[in-house]
Design a protein around this ligand. Structure first.
Ligand code: FMN
Length: 189
């Protein structure tokens, strides 16, 4: 598969099968992904991996604490909460990604962009091995309580959670907006 085919063919996976994912493979792919970034040694980031049923349940509980504590969440039926937890813990692995922040906005954004680039590499390397992922940044993960539970420090920023696992069927890609619709061509004067 060419690099262009890999980039075009990768799809976000939202439905995983139960084939276990080796933790060593996740670590190896993350390492390789970082190595593909031109100045990987400069990027400041770390991950928390939840790959056992117990740790996945723990992560789901942290997430739900915020959800069920919210005004809207208080009205959520218990069955719905149970269903969410079951779905979340049924996914073979979750990689919580945390980026360092810098002394100013520019340094922080630069580092965040580097980490995002590494994650895209990680998704592509996973795809080569039939490992699917969903990069998740849903609002229910954007809470101080959740960050505290994860142990995110003051000089750190939550990037997202990559849910991962093997899949039976990849979804079809959506139509893309053409590049011409997203640019302005500058005239000489
Ligand atoms: C930075 C970032 C954040 C994302 N956050 C979410 C999210 O919160 N929920 C979700 O369902 N998908 C999320 N996604 C996945 C995108 O929705 C997905 O990439 C998009 O649907 C395009 O599909 P594709 O990856 O198959 O091309 C995110 C992707 C990126 C790069």
């Amino acid at each position: 598969m060419s690099l262009a085919e890999l980039i075009r063919g990768r799809r976000t996976i939202r439905s995983f099968n139960q084939t276990p994912v080796a933790r060593e493979l996740v670590a190896e792919l993350l390492q390789q992904a970082a190595g593909l970034y031109p100045s990987a040694e400069d990027a400041v980031w770390r991950c928390i991996y939840a790959g056992t049923p117990e740790s996945r349940g723990r992560l789901a509980d942290y997430m739900m604490e915020h959800m069920t504590g919210s005004r809207l969440g208080k009205w959520m039926p218990g069955k719905m909460i149970e269903l969410f937890k079951k779905r979340f813990t049924g996914i073979p692995g979750h990689v919580v990604v945390i980026a360092g922040t810098g002394p100013d906005r520019q340094a922080s954004d630069r580092n965040y962009a580097a980490v995002c680039s590494i994650l895209q590499n990680f998704q592509l390397l996973g795809w080569e091995r039939q490992l699917g992922m969903l990069w998740d940044t849903e609002p229910m993960m954007q809470s101080e309580d959740f960050y505290e539970r994860l142990g995110i420090r003051e000089n750190e920023r939550f990037v997202g959670v990559l849910h991962l696992g093997y899949y039976n069927k990849a979804p079809r890609g959506r139509a893309r907006t053409s590049a011409e619709k997203k640019w302005t061509v500058y005239a000489g004067s």
